[in-house]
Design a binder for this molecule. Structure first.
Ligand code: RTP
Ligand code: MG
Length: 139
């Protein structure tokens, strides 16, 4: 079953580089509606829990350090086929492999500092959204 929601974060690099507005414009222009949104700062414990699936990967320490070094924008987005369409909109993990016009091609620096997160399944979209938002914050 597919749901119509996904979860995203505008990561610290894109916030530092002043790309919040441009990225939100790309997201809404692509037809996504904002169901929930906040400007927040992950603690080390938050980032370790959020990315627990990567805890054995060699880049885990670097990933946690990066994701906690400054504020992020977290959001739940709504659109038909949200997870797949949003992954297409952001492009490949490594911006040098991302398609022209994708958010990572436009705004990411490298494979580690890649501007945005997008959930990779409906199940993870629901888990990740609930990680960041209480039910009363989702519209
Ligand atoms: P995300 O979960 O953030 O949407 O990214 P993704 O699915 O495209 O990539 P994933 O494999 O889930 O990796 C999660 C994040 O870890 C960082 N990373 N660094 N140094 C490296 O080789 C490396 N590989 C991945 C990136 O921030 C990536 O988005
Ligand atoms: Mg991922």
């Amino acid at each position: 079953m597919t749901t119509n929601r996904t979860f995203t974060m505008i990561k610290p690099d894109a916030v530092e580089n002043g790309h919040i507005g441009a990225i939100l414009e790309k997201i809404t222009a692509a037809g996504f509606k904002i169901a929930a949104m906040k400007y927040t700062h992950l603690s080390v414990r938050d980032a370790q829990a959020f990315y627990a699936i990567h805890s054995e990967r060699p880049f885990f320490g670097e990933l946690v350090e990066f994701m906690t070094r400054g504020p992020i924008v977290a959001a739940i987005l709504e659109k038909d086929n949200a997870v797949e369409d949003f992954r297409a909109l952001i492009g490949a993990t490594n911006p040098s492999e991302a398609a022209e016009g994708t958010i990572r091609k436009l705004y990411a620096s490298n494979i580690a500092e890649n501007a945005v997160h997008g959930s990779d399944s409906d199940e993870n979209a629901a888990i990740e959204g609930a990680f960041h938002f209480a039910a009363r914050e989702v519209f």
